[in-house]
Design a protein. Structure first.
Length: 318
């Protein structure tokens, strides 16, 4: 994995430096799926890469009939997975927009996820896609022992994903999202779940970032001195531990994990650890994403502000 040097502009494309994926996105936008099949087929067994590529490709295909055509013409596990991803994305968009078709699209998406899971029972990705819809039908299983708030949620579905892939990154993030206040959860429940899940993960895992994700989600600009929260010892120590234990793992990645790096860089910047934040920004290269910066203002402005504070170049050199 090599992010490359910053050359004066941010690259916001979710494919980041997965050049194979970026090329396939062009084909998908043109209505061609052969390269998508090849790009997904080579990820069998690499669930992190499979989740990343299938999610990005679904965002490119959601407004066309490509997934349906592909599945009808070549009903492979990759075609079934793409249909599931696209169907879930459409269902979530419809639900969030209060579209009259939301319930019908959700039923289609559940069917698509079940078909993809049956086509490749070892792949957790269809189950992760289904987990993304848990907030739509409000699954409420009892929580396991060890959580102070005992929050009910889609624990059984999440447990099935863990049996297939214990440290599935997207699965953990989808599960945590269920407990966010914007989906009917609470700040305390989200913090409780984030701490519980991160403490289970190896010290070198990006899942250690989950409490920092929950912290950003709970950000309330009206609170007094809220921007000083990241300077508190517990949050600074969390960010530094991830910097020390996870960041050295990046050379083993097949693509730059931009979102995880962004959360880490943001936490280090907010906790006044510019030296460490600079190293994380350099690992990101030119690649950028809206979160977590969009929570605090216009994403490019917030990202540039943080980079400038670390002595790094920004677009326009301003």
């Amino acid at each position: 994995m090599a992010a490359g040097l910053f050359e004066g502009q941010y690259v916001w494309h979710p494919a980041a430096d997965d050049r194979r994926l970026a090329s396939v996105c062009v084909d998908v936008r043109a209505g061609r799926y052969l390269s998508a099949h090849e790009a997904l087929a080579e990820t069998r067994g690499d669930f992190g890469l499979r989740a990343h590529r299938s999610l990005v490709l679904a965002s490119e295909a959601a407004d066309s009939d490509l997934a349906e055509r592909w599945l009808a013409e070549e009903p492979t596990p990759e075609a079934a997975l793409m249909w599931a991803r696209v169907a879930v994305l459409r269902a979530l968009r419809a639900a969030d927009a209060k579209d009259d078709r939301a319930e019908a699209l959700e039923r289609i998406a559940l069917t698509a996820c079940d078909r993809a899971a049956a086509t490749d029972p070892a792949d957790p990705t269809p189950w992760v896609a289904k987990l993304a819809m848990a907030r739509l039908h409000d699954l409420r299983d009892p929580a396991p022992q060890g959580l102070l708030t005992q929050p009910t949620g889609p624990w059984r579905l999440f447990s099935h994903i863990l049996r297939l892939d214990p440290w599935n990154r997207e699965g953990h993030h989808r599960f945590l999202t269920f407990f966010f206040t914007r989906y009917g959860g609470s700040v305390n429940a989200a913090w409780d779940v984030a701490a519980f899940l991160s403490q289970r993960a190896p010290a070198s895992s990006p899942l250690r970032l989950l409490p920092l994700v929950a912290l950003v989600e709970s950000y309330n600009p009206s609170q007094l001195l809220v921007d000083r929260t990241w300077e508190q010892p517990q949050w600074r120590a969390t960010a530094l531990a991830i910097y020390q234990n996870w960041l050295p793992q990046l050379p083993g990645y097949r693509f730059t994990p931009v979102l995880d790096l962004a959360y880490l860089a943001h936490a280090l910047f907010m906790s006044q650890r510019e030296f460490e934040a600079r190293a994380v920004f350099m690992a990101m290269g030119p690649y950028a994403c809206r979160m977590p910066w969009s929570v605090f203002g216009e994403p490019e402005e917030q990202l540039s502000r943080a980079r400038r504070s670390c002595g790094l170049p920004v677009p326009g050199g301003a």
